[in-house]
Structures are given as structure tokens and as C-alpha cells.
Write a protein of this length. Sequence first.
Lengths: 424, 76
Amino acid sequence: MKKISLTLIGLYLLFLHGFSQVTDQYSNIFKAKKLKLTEVNLVSSYYNQDGNHSAVTGGIGTEKLTDLANMLELKLVGYGETGLKHTILAGIGLDHHTAASQKYISKTGASSPDGTRVYPSVNWTVENEDKGTEFGVGTYLSNEYNYKSFSLDAHVGYKNKTGGEFGLKTSAYWDQVVLIYPSELIPTASTDVTPYNIDVIKTSASKSSGGTTSSGGYTFHNESSIPTSPRNTYTSSFTYSQVLNKSAQMAILLDLVKQDGWLGLPFHRVFFTDGTEKIENLPHSRFKIPLGFRFNYFSGDNLIVRSYYRYYTDDWGLTSHTASLELPYKITPFFSISPFYRYYTQTATKYFAPYMKHAPTDTYFTSNYTAAAFNSSFFGTGFRIAPPNGIGDTYLSTLEIRVGHYTQTTDLNSNVISFHFTWK
Amino acid sequence: MKTLKQKMYLFFTSILSLFFVTSCETVREYQKNRLNDSEMALSTRRAEKNELNFMSYKEGASGANGGKTGGGCGCN
């Protein structure tokens, strides 16, 4: 691991050194161009699911959920005095979900079933188009009622003259898990005991005002009065893409991911063979290695083959394979239809067992079906319109719609529809 | 049963072998009209963003797709 880290640091220093060699010759040729808004992207999705293995209720119970997600991103491009290209991507996302199982964080079903997540991000990239090198940094923030996340990342890239492109990105996420326990498992020390001894955890960010309040015999624990626990994630992502010929190109993607801290969620219940109940308990460290491969091929004049395969393994014993195929067909040069299919299979982690199957002597335990063995299929169609003068002669240059249906062998089913608008 | 160290070795060997077996031809800029088609991009589509998000909630594996590989929203 030390050798890998040293190699990464070495590569970083090499790229940084490359950027320090900005020659004066370009300063005479290029004229600085101020940052200008060149592109606006809006992605909106609606998702709904149904299943019967919620982790909140110990691996049984409803998984009904809806989610409305929106992401707006602005792209600004400019050139500095030395001819370096500067690109800034600034985005903000807003999701709102309703989850039936979330009500049962409180045993009485009194918890709020909805929540909102807000996640702004900014990325800045400097590119030397003559040398084919780039360097960038970014930051990301996410806030929802039970989870806060802050991240920083840096990336470098290099394009060679034979159609090869190398990229390296390192990211660090410093997250905080809000310790919202199932109401019957709240540690006594942090419980406000009312005459009725009933606790209700508020789970909607919009209702937070701090502290606890009592009403009608219930004690309401507001968000800011609940303690948190850290979860840290460190990721190094390597990508290498290569043009193979006039119609084909491929990419290899490798991530090394190290996590530590609270890696479960405190409101996930586990029921044991003797009828007792605890919150899920997972190791405080995880190392993951996903390795992906993409291959795209333009066949004839109208058909494109987009393929992807990923192998994944981690030290919790989970191994998975993912394969997907998408076949965009150009009905006209500016309108395409893209049927797709994705197959996924995974083995269970060492720590998973279904409802009431864990032994009370187990050290680590979860009944979250994300950690179970299953297969899944995802299929659907995409549509893309991108006329050269914009849609209806407006700044709206591209509209993309994707509709998909997802099934898991755990009986989970879901549907998703996404819209992507690009203005230029 | 392979250990994690053996699996890592297998990964890196696979990557290296891919570099060796790949045969490429030089493609000039004016020959790249097909490669530059937006459908040929070697990345996930923006419209796939939320699909990847729900999959990272409902599946144990994530990453190696050019997107987020941890942190945020309580998933993976």
C-alpha cells in the first residue's frame, strides 16, 4: 500500500512539474479571454421503488420510496494570459424523497417519511491544450437530515499524440453520520424521559430547530441535538483511454477506495435468532477495488455499440460483476434512440443474514439487503435530440430522455425517468 | 479462496496485459468525426447520474464508472 501511495505522489509531482513549464512563447500569441458561460445543464429524474426487505425494519417490511432529483450545472470557459484554458463547473443539486420505511425509525411509525438533500459543487480545471496536460481541483458539499458530507478532490490528465489519455483523480470525503437510532434502541443516557417514556425522532431537515421539545406525551429530538459520528472515504481513480481506430475506442477505469469510521447506518435494525434486537454493526474499515472497462464502436453509418464491464471486490467478502450494453441508433444525424440492458450480480458480504437469522454471538451483523447475494437487471430506452441550430432555433441544444425499469432477485422493483437539457 | 492480495495482483496483471494486447492505429484529427460523436463518449451520460445514484444505494458495489465512489447521502 505504501508503494502505491508513493507512486501516486510521484505521478502528482510529475504532472505539477509539467504545469510549471509554461513557456513565454505563447504569451505573444494568445490573448486572454474572460470566463464566459458556455453551457448550462439541467438533469431531472423521478424514481420510485417497491420491495419488502427494508433494513430499517430488520430485513422485512416495505421499501416503498419515491425520489425527485434535480441537478443544475453551469460551465464557464476562459483563457489566461499564457494561453491556458480555464474551465469552471459549478453545480447545485436538490433531491426530495419519501420513504415508507423511514416512518418506522420510530417504533410507532411516527417519524417523518420524507427528506431533502442539497449538494452544491465547484470544479476548476486548467488545461494546456498544446501539451495535452490538465490539472484541476474541486469541492463538494452534501447536506441532509441524517448525513453530512464534505469533499475535496484533485485531478491530473495527460493526452499523448497517439490517441491515449491518462487521468488520475484523488478524492477525500469527510462525512458525518447523524446517530438517529430506532426509537426503542436510543441509549438511555441521551433519552429525555417523559411521563409516557415515548420518543420520536424527527427526520425531516425542514423541521429542525435544535434541542428537544415535548408535546402530547412525546419527546421530539430535533436534528441538531443528535450526536454524529465520522465516516471518511479516500479514493484514487485511474483512467486510461485509447483510440483504437477511426471507429473504436476503449477505456480502463480503476478505483482504490479506503473507508473508515461508522460504515453502517444507526437506524438499521437487526433481529437475532433469540428474538433480541440491535442496530446493525459493521467493521470500521473497508477497502474496495472496482475495475471497469469500456469499449465503444461506431458500426456502419447509424449504429453505435456502447459496452461496459466492471469487476468489484472488497475486504468484506463482496464480489460483483456488472455488464451493460447500449445500442444508440441514429434515425437521423440529430435524433437517436438508445435501447440499453445492464446485468449485475453480487455475492453476500460476510456480515449479512436475513431477518432473525443472526446468532446473538455474532460480532458484526446487518440485515441490509444491499449486502445480500442477488442479481439485478436494468433495461430501458433513451432518446436524444440535438439539432445543429438548437431545438426550435433556441439556445436549447440537446434534449435527452431515459426511461428504465430495474428488478432485483430480492423482489425489489423500480422505475426511473430522467431528462437532460443542455443550453449552449 | 483468493486473498485480497492475490485479487489485487490479478487486477494489475489484467490491466498491464490489456495495454500489451491493444493494437492501435494512428487516427488524424480529420478522421475523428465518428470518435467525436457524443454517443461515442467514454463516460456515463449526464442523464444516467441518478440511475447510478439509486444503484449505489441498492447494490453493494460501486465505482469505476467515472463517478462518485463514496461519501454523501449515506450510500456506499
